[in-house]
Design a protein around this ligand. Structure first.
Ligand code: PEP
Ligand code: MN
Length: 377
């Protein structure tokens, strides 16, 4: 059960203390207070954990300072979209908005290799009006002998160059909690020229200690990817692990799942699940067409499969696109065969715009269906 307080009530008000006193006298119920910072205001929520079945919802709703009470289902208590739950989704980070209505593209290098490639990539993004990128410093690889990423040594130039080209958020995978400290230290040393979204990769979706440690810090938002060999429910619970530690600035990433039937793509593309995740939770949903498709194959009309599946995800309402580009894919140290080139960048972005316009029109169609009473399950 979640008690949502009026926007003018916070921990320091007498109303808050009276509500807390009331709740603390209930047997077998524990409270957890959380402040949700939106674009215009901060709202205080009190989570009730334990034997909440016996609580009188109407009585709590009648307490001064309480706006409303939401009974949550057992699943995805924090991130779930519960019945009668109209709370807004998403968050803002370093001037960029992430929610279930926005769309942000993160094109960039799968793995940082040279400062020159980083700079060429970031300049192209700036020239095409982009404000976010992906840059891998810590690479979890299938083989222990493969290049593992430059690690912390590349962070200073990646962050400085991001700042130089007005890039506000860099999505960067971490595979150990020490990496978060290294990122924080490098940002401090370079004067925080940019922001970082911590990425939890598909191989770590159920690394619960890592999930809990990124959940405990509140500074960086988190992109958690679906595990490639587990159910969607298990992956959404992984996101809930992060949120349960305190950080709710979470984006959920679809990146395809392992399946022999996935041939000819590296993974079986699962972007049909974009609206499903948006229905089950309030998280913005990211698609990663590069790690889903894994090749530069194109359809007979000449559009790359990576572009086709991106359009499929965007037309279904995706909120973020994480995609591999490289100035010289043949020289890339990781995932060159799936990287798009800088010459392809403007076409890729135009295709995203086409799909997004179609999605906008489809939302308008949904509004008409709803007012006509059609389309209800
Ligand atoms: C990546 O985005 O660089 C990556 C390794 O992705 P995934 O965890 O989805 O394989
Ligand atoms: Mn990769």
């Amino acid at each position: 059960m979640i008690v949502i307080l009026n926007s003018d009530i916070d921990r320091n008000t007498p109303e808050f203390h009276r509500i807390q006193e009331y709740l603390e006298t209930r047997p077998d119920v524990r409270t957890l207070v959380h402040e949700v910072t939106g674009t215009h205001q901060t709202v205080t929520e009190i989570y009730l954990i334990g034997d909440t079945a016996s609580l009188d919802q109407a009585e709590i709703e009648s307490l001064p300072g309480v706006e409303r009470v939401v009974r949550v289902s057992e699943e995805y208590r924090i991130l779930g979209r519960h019945r009668g739950d109209t709370r807004p989704s998403g968050f803002e980070y370093n001037g960029v908005r992430f929610d279930q209505d926005e769309l942000v593209v993160f094109a960039g290098l799968c793995a940082v290799d040279t400062p020159e490639h980083v700079e060429t990539m970031l300049r192209a993004l700036r020239d095409h009006g982009q404000s976010c990128t992906r840059m891998g410093a810590y690479k979890p690889r299938t083989s222990p002998y493969a290049f593992q990423g430059h690690g912390k040594s590349c962070l200073p130039y990646v962050f400085e160059l991001a700042g130089k080209y007005d890039i506000r958020v860099v999505a960067m995978e971490v595979t150990h909690e020490d990496h978060v400290d290294e990122i924080r230290a490098a940002l401090e040393r370079t004067g925080s020229p940019t922001g970082v979204m911590l990425q939890i990769g598909t191989r770590n979706t159920q690394n619960f200690e890592l999930l809990k440690s990124v959940g405990r810090q509140r500074e960086f938002p988190i992109l958690i990817k679906r595990g490639f060999g587990i159910t969607l429910e298990e992956s959404l619970n992984a996101a809930e692990y992060v949120a349960s530690e305190g950080n709710r600035n979470i984006v959920f990433g679809l990146r395809g799942v392992k399946s022999n039937m996935g041939d000819p793509h590296r993974n079986f593309v699962d972007f049909a699940h974009v609206p499903v995740v948006k229905r089950l939770t309030r998280m913005p949903v990211c698609i990663d067409p590069s790690h889903s498709v894994g090749t530069r194959d194109a359809g007979p009309e000449g559009l790359l499969d990576v572009m086709h599946v991106t359009a499929q995800g965007v037309i279904a309402g995706a909120n973020m696109v994480l995609v591999d580009f490289h100035p010289a894919p043949r020289k890339a140290l990781v995932d060159g065969p799936q990287a798009l080139t800088l010459a392809e960048l403007p076409y890729f972005l135009e295709d995203v715009t086409i799909a997004r316009e179609a999605y906008t029109r489809r939302r308008e169609l949904a509004g008409r269906m709803r007012s006509a009473g059609a389309g209800q399950p």
